[in-house]
Ligand binder design. Structure first.
Ligand code: UD1
Length: 372
């Protein structure tokens, strides 16, 4: 029996979305007889290094619609995206809007779709930090509450959704599309000439090094917190040189608060996906407040210290290499010393279904071939 093709719109907006839409698009493309798809880029992230370079490297097709709706306050950004997405959706009339992650674009497009009577699927649903001061937590709660289909990356997500009253039939534990992409890109990286990366000489000269990423408003928008973290990083760098690709928000705030990092911390621009992967996958230690990197480091068994008081990704603590250390400078330094004193081991446990096939599972659910 032949089915009419399902019209699916996939939304991407900010850097952490791009590695999630790439494998879903590959899986949709492989099933062209079942799906007609479009890609929408909200433009929440707009710098070349935060956006275009990811499209090039991850092989993401040119978006069918680019809103250019980045910048401004949360309300301004969310509102611009909603207005633009509404008129575009009315024209394309999709059967399903698929949103990923927890950024403002995720929230904006899911609300618009739902109010137009279009079904919404949320990929990376159910994660909860329990901290409603995080903009991402609000985005997650609202998006999940109105989504018709929730695709979940780890068991805690299923449990959270169940507790919030969602039916079991609409929640699907499928694994993690970001890990699909990580494995895919890692195999590409192994075939590349890594010496061409701008950071290759640095990597070689440092030998053993750590990698830092920070961008959360709670960590970088307050002088006292940021200077505490900077002093901890300075102490760690005396023992282990650090490489720190700077998010635009963090760069602006270091300047605003007159904070200067010591020489043994090498500052770079935000790095392209492949170059960053080449750097962090061989690091002795990662210090981060990113959501994705907690999971990616677990997938490649790289020790990771998360500079937050909570995580919405607890499987990385129980079955991975992640340790929550908060933002107290002394705690950060002690945790780093403890970690560096250990010999690096492969993971003994592994998050279930982080096997590179999450996107295929999602597409099978959409095609009605997989129940859960
Ligand atoms: C957003 C996401 C966060 C994600 C992060 C990854 C939300 C609520 N937050 O936070 O979950 O982990 O992306 O980077 O959606 N800017 C630039 N160039 C850019 C993008 C942003 O200069 O390409 C500037 C913006 O103008 C703004 C600041 O950086 O001043 C923050 O950007 P914004 O998109 O609001 O949030 P992020 O902090 O990047």
């Amino acid at each position: 029996m032949s089915h009419p093709r399902l019209r699916v719109v996939l939304v991407a907006g900010a850097r952490p979305n791009f590695m999630k839409v790439a494998p879903i698009l590959r899986a949709l493309k492989a099933r062209e007889e079942r799906f007609e798809w479009r890609l929408v880029h909200t433009g929440q992230h707009y710098d070349h290094g935060m956006s275009d370079v990811f499209f090039e490297e991850l092989g993401i097709p040119t978006p069918d619609f680019h809103m250019g709706a980045g910048g401004g306050s949360h309300a301004e950004q969310t509102a611009r995206i909603m207005v633009a997405f509404e008129s575009w959706c009315e024209e394309f009339a999709p059967d399903l809007v698929m949103v990923v992650g927890d950024v403002n674009s995720t929230l904006a497009c899911s609300i618009v779709a739902k109010k137009l009577g279009i079904r919404v699927a949320h990929v990376e649903a159910g994660l909860r930090s329990g901290d409603r001061r995080m903009p991402e937590e609000i985005n997650r709660l609202v998006t999940d509450a109105i989504s018709d289909l929730c695709f979940v990356t780890e068991p805690s997500g299923l449990e959270n959704l169940r507790r919030e009253g969602r039916s079991e039939q609409s929640s699907h534990f499928v694994g993690h599309v970001m890990i699909d992409d990580l494995f895919f890109q890692l195999s590409q990286l192994q075939r590349m000439t890594r010496e061409n990366f701008a950071t290759a000489p640095l990597k070689q000269s440092l030998g053993r090094y750590g990698v830092v990423t920070l961008h959360r408003p709670s960590n970088v928008d307050h002088a006292e917190t940021l200077s505490g973290i900077a002093s901890a990083l300075g102490e760690i760098a005396a023992e282990l040189p650090l490489v720190f690709p700077l998010h635009p928000r963090t760069r602006a705030n270091l300047a605003r608060f007159n904070l200067v990092l010591p020489d043994r911390i090498t500052i770079t621009e935000p790095l392209p996906y492949m170059e960053f992967l080449n750097l962090w996958s061989d690091a002795a230690l990662i210090l981060t407040d990113s959501g994705g990197l907690q999971e990616e480091s677990t997938a490649l068994s790289v020790p990771c210290l998360t500079l937050r008081e909570n995580t919405e990704r607890p499987v990385t603590l129980t079955e991975g290499t992640n340790v929550l250390v908060g933002v107290d400078p002394q705690r950060i330094v002690e945790a780093a010393r403890r970690q560096l004193g250990r010999t690096r081991q492969g993971a003994l446990t592994w998050p279930a279904l982080w096997d590179g096939a999450a996107s295929e599972r999602i597409v099978a659910v959409l095609a009605g071939e997989r129940a859960s």
